[in-house]
Design a protein around this ligand. Sequence first.
Ligand SMILES: C[S@@+](CC[C@H](N)C(=O)[O-])C[C@H]1O[C@@H](n2cnc3c(N)ncnc32)[C@H](O)[C@@H]1O
Length: 274
Amino acid sequence: MPVSLHSTGKASFDDIYDRPDPADYYRRLAELDYRIPELARPHFERLIESYRSEVGADPTVLDIGCSYGVNAAMLRYDTTVQHLAEHYRGGDTAARIARDRDRLAARDRQPNVRFIGMDASAPALAYASASGLLHEVVHADLESHEPTEEQRRVLGSADLVVSTGCVGYVTDRTLLRIVRAHGQRLPWMAHFVLRMYEYEPVAERLAELGYRTRRMPGTFKQRRFASPDEQLQVLNTLSAKGIDTADLEQEGWLHAQLYISLPESVAARGILPE
Ligand SMILES: C[S@@+](CC[C@H](N)C(=O)[O-])C[C@H]1O[C@@H](n2cnc3c(N)ncnc32)[C@H](O)[C@@H]1O
C-alpha cells in the first residue's frame, strides 16, 4: 500500500488510529521500529518519582494523544512496542482486553498512579478504558473546540501531562486548553517532539502562564522512515528550517527532542538534572 504523507512529508498512519483494538497499530509501528514510547518511559518514570518526592503523593498522569493507552502500557507493563505487537497478536478484541486485564491484575508497576488519556479517536479510547490501561478518558479535539465542563474536570485533575508522537497533531491551542483546565493549579509537562515541529512558540505561551521550559539534552529515535520518499521530504522540511540533519535524520530515523515544562516555583527548586 502506498504511504500517504502529511504536508511536512511525514507518513500518515491515520488508518490505524481508530480500530477496535491495538493489534494493527503495534504491528505496523513495530515494522518501522517505532520506539519513542519506550525511550520516553524512563524519563516519565523519573518525573513521576520527582513528583512523589516533591508533593508527597502519587500523581494523576494525563497522556495526550494516548491512542490505545500507549504510554500507560509502557509505564505499567515496562514493555516495548515490539513486545506489545506480540502481546496483541492473536485472538479477537475481547481476548485482547482479557489479556490486558489479566496482565494488569498480575503485575502493575505503577499501582498507585491514576492514568488518564485524551485522544481524538473514540475506538482507541474505548479500548484503553475496557482493557483497564486508562482509568478515565477524554474524547476531544481541543484544536477545534474548548473542553466541555466535564472534560475540563477530568483534564484539570492531571498533575503530570505527557505525550509521545502527538505534538504536531496538536499545537499550543490544545496544550494551553489543558493547562488552563484546572483554573488555578498548573500541571507538570513532558513532551517528546519531532525536530520538524517547533516547541519554542509553545514554550513562550506557557511562560506567560508561569511555566519554565527546558529542552533536555540529546535526541531520541522515534522510528525509521517509512519510505525513501518520506525521508527525502522530511530532510527537505528540516533543511528549510535550517536544521542540520547530519548523523541524525540522514541516517534513516526520525528524531524527537524532550521538552519539560514546570511551574516556575517547582523549576526554581532545581528538580531537573543538569
Ligand atoms: C502518532 S499517534 C501517537 C500515539 C501514541 N502517543 C504513541 O506514541 O504511540 C498520534 C495520536 O494522536 C491522536 N490525535 C490526532 N489529532 C489529535 C487531536 N487533535 N487531539 C487529540 N488527539 C489527536 C491520534 O488519534 C493518535 O492516536
